[in-house]
Design a protein around this ligand. Structure first.
Ligand SMILES: NC(=O)c1ccc[n+]([C@@H]2O[C@H](COP(=O)([O-])OP(=O)(O)OC[C@H]3O[C@@H](n4cnc5c(N)ncnc54)[C@H](O)[C@@H]3O)[C@@H](O)[C@H]2O)c1
Length: 671
């Protein structure tokens, strides 16, 4: 490291500044996090302020105590806005970070990407996505963490407790540089209000999935997953040889993640109709080029859709209005919907996640603040109408699936007709039960990703073509069971650049199985060593994957041996990855479906071109995928049994306990 530092480097190395920075006005154009619940008692508020002040010297306490009390009162949290750095926040090329350890510099790059205002949802509150997906709880934690990373060596490990850097401890070159936990609670203290309380006290945070593990890469992650889901939903429905052209995919939501649906529909080649009640959200997606056309009137929509059906050209249409109106009107008009789903924010039904039909968007918002009980009643009635209309279409052959947004759960709670005949299950499957589980996760396919640490788009192009070559090579000898998955992922990587999906760091997502991930990573490492790539590559994945996440209503909803309410797989994964070579590992409570509802973990690994990186990637990626396949096969999932048997044949040293399948008649006869 050179002795002369840039201003940015000086500020990183300084950590908490020696002079108290000036208080800052809140930027007027910023997207501010919602005001949090006022849940603390007076004594607890004192404790929260006492907790916050422990980051600072005594001489500042009287100034800061009043300021933090104000933040707690106004925002429900203490973010320490005054300590937000003045430099621009974005992922710099890795060589610009002051560091003793290149692995630590890679983590600094990823942290800055998660907080980049172009990437993050509420950057001033250190929130990357999902409303509460935090990288840190406050700016003191950010500053201290960056300082630790800048000064630590490859013989130390930094331990992160829910955003708080507990410290660097001596370890070894083989150990992870950073170990992250987010929201780890004693199980009885894992209710939503526990998060409100302990987060307000400053002792825990909600890390979502890739927010608190520094692995978020913007919207392309969700586009790829959604495209795979939509394509496979059509395959379940269409006759062999039939195409998606002229076929309808009806859904709702053009918000944060739901906004990926039209782009995914275009990739799948169908007619996508996405209803969105919020005109601003619909127009934003239209202006960004994420949806092709905007329609504000139902009669116009009917005409436009009939024309699209006739022309059979892939198109995505945003309808500004309530999705229930479309389900009902298309029934009257006898317009056949091939695939249907929903991505309104029904994980948050009573506070504006779902807008009731029959009330304008503006009036619904007014009702929400003036009469929340009436709003709740309107949501329930709307969900009943919504389900009734869907049922009419599915009776005629529409394929409907739940998209991980708690639609069926909330509809059932609202008394809508969504239960199966047994009164226990829902009458429609979730996308993991029917699609992603058996077609991807059980075979080991999941959202592998990489970031070019040079920040150079040329490097990303080179990695795209390396990955494409490897996928094609694997496809040539792959068994029939995974030919379709290989073909979809090859199509994705071929078109990835043209789809212009990069926001923030030069990153790419690619669904791949263990073999694909290992071969691609190995080739990247060689390309770094030979200088084909101008800087190292960081690999990782979404937590929404084969092995990283135990979540009974999402990632593990296709586990039917009763173990979907256990979290052993996610815990084994993080421990197993940590000693097999990950550069950093993380494990979180909450993420996607809510605090207390899921355990999920991830990793990052720096490919610096070394032999050591080669050894690490092989050992770690192999376990990171096959741990989950082993568990899925033990749960008797046929696809996973196939995948793990295949893996055992070609991998000496792998021996997995296999399940014997019992005949149903035998069991029925004894109980
Ligand atoms: N399974 C997955 O991989 C996956 C991926 C993404 C999102 N999700 C889930 O999908 C949901 C949506 O996520 P998001 O980030 O897009 O949320 P979001 O709140 O940003 O977007 C939802 C949109 O739905 C609109 N809306 C609400 N009610 C409507 C109605 N009745 N008709 C038409 N539009 C309506 C809202 O105005 C909003 O813009 C969440 O519950 C999320 O957890 C699941």
């Amino acid at each position: 490291m050179t002795a002369i530092h840039t201003d940015f480097q000086v500020q990183i190395l300084e950590g908490i500044p020696s002079e108290l920075p000036k208080a800052k006005p809140y930027p007027t154009d910023a997207n501010r996090a919602p005001k949090r619940k006022d849940i603390l008692t007076t004594d607890e508020k004192k404790l929260a302020i006492r907790n916050a002040l422990r980051y600072f010297p005594k001489k500042w306490h009287s100034t800061l105590a009043a300021e933090f009390a104000h933040e707690l009162r106004e925002y429900g949290r203490i973010y320490m806005y005054r300590f937000q750095p003045d430099y621009e926040m974005y992922a710099r090329p890795i060589g610009e970070y002051p560091a003793q350890s290149q692995q630590a510099a890679a983590i600094m790059l990823m942290i800055q990407n998660n907080l980049d205002p172009a990437v993050a949802q509420h950057p001033n509150e250190l929130i990357t996505y999902g409303g509460n997906g935090s990288v840190f709880q406050n700016w003191a934690q950010y500053r201290l963490t960056m300082q630790y990373l800048a000064t630590m060596t490859n013989e130390q490990t930094l331990h992160m407790y829910s955003g708080h850097p507990m410290g660097v401890f001596p370890s070894s070159k083989d150990a992870p540089r950073v170990v992250v936990t987010n929201g780890m609670m004693i199980p009885n203290y894992s209710k939503p209000d526990d998060w409100e309380r302990y987060n307000a006290l400053g002792v825990t945070q909600y890390g979502q999935m890739t927010a608190g593990s520094y692995m978020y890469i913007g919207p392309q992650g969700i586009v790829h997953g959604t495209a795979i889901t939509v394509m496979n939903a059509f395959r379940k429905k269409l006759k062999k040889g039939d195409t998606t052209h002229g076929k309808i995919f009806l859904t709702a939501g053009l918000g944060g993640m739901s906004g990926a649906q039209p782009k995914a529909g275009n990739i799948a080649g169908c007619i996508t109709i996405a209803a969105e009640v919020n005109p601003k959200a619909a127009r934003k997606r239209y202006e960004q080029g994420w949806v092709d056309e905007l329609v504000e009137n139902m009669d116009e929509l009917v005409l436009r859709v009939r024309r699209a059906r006739y022309e059979e050209v892939p198109i995505s249409i945003a309808y500004i209005g309530n999705v229930v109106e479309i389900w009902e009107r298309f029934d009257e008009e006898d317009i056949f919907i091939h695939i249907g789903s929903d991505q309104t924010s029904l994980h948050n039904p009573w506070s504006g996640g779902y807008y009731p039909v029959g009330i304008s968007y503006k009036a619904a918002n007014e009702l929400l603040s003036t009469d929340p009980d009436q709003f709740k009643a309107a949501v329930k009635t709307s969900l009943q109408r919504h389900a009734t209309a869907i049922n009419k279409h599915t009776e005629r052959g529409t394929y409907f699936f739940d998209y991980g947004n708690a639609f069926l759960l909330e509809a059932s709670r609202a008394g809508a007709d969504v239960m199966a005949a047994n009164g226990i299950d829902f009458r429609y499957p979730s996308y993991v039960q029917d699609i992603l589980g058996p077609m991807c996760f059980d075979y080991g396919f999941g959202p592998f990703r990489w970031v070019c640490a040079s920040g150079d788009p040329d490097d990303l192009d080179k990695t795209d073509s390396i990955a494409l070559g490897i996928m094609q090579e694997i496809q040539a000898t792959a068994p029939p069971e995974i030919q379709q998955q290989m073909a979809d992922n090859i199509k994705w990587i071929e078109e990835a650049k043209a789809n212009k999906l990069v926001v923030g760091s030069q990153a790419r997502i690619l669904y791949a199985d263990a073999e694909g991930r290992m071969k691609i990573a190995e080739a990247f490492n060689i390309a770094v060593a030979t200088g084909l790539l101008s800087a190292p590559v960081i690999i990782g994945r979404d937590h929404h994957d084969v092995s990283g996440t135990d979540s009974p209503y999402r990632e593990t909803s296709n586990i039917y041996d009763g173990s979907k309410f256990t979290a052993d797989m996610a815990i084994h994964n993080v421990i197993g990855d940590s000693f097999r070579g990950a550069t950093w590992v993380s494990i979180h409570n909450g993420g996607g479906v809510g605090w207390g509802e899921v355990m999920n973990g991830g990793f990052g690994l720096l490919l610096d071109g070394s032999d050591e990186a080669h050894r690490r990637l092989k050992s770690m990626l192999f376990y990171d995928v096959n741990n989950g396949i082993a568990r899925r096969s033990w749960a008797r999932n046929a696809e996973a049994i196939f995948a793990i048997k295949r893996e055992m044949k070609r991998t000496p040293g792998l021996r997995v306990t296999l399940a014997e399948i019992v005949e149903d008649d035998l069991i029925d006869g004894v109980v």
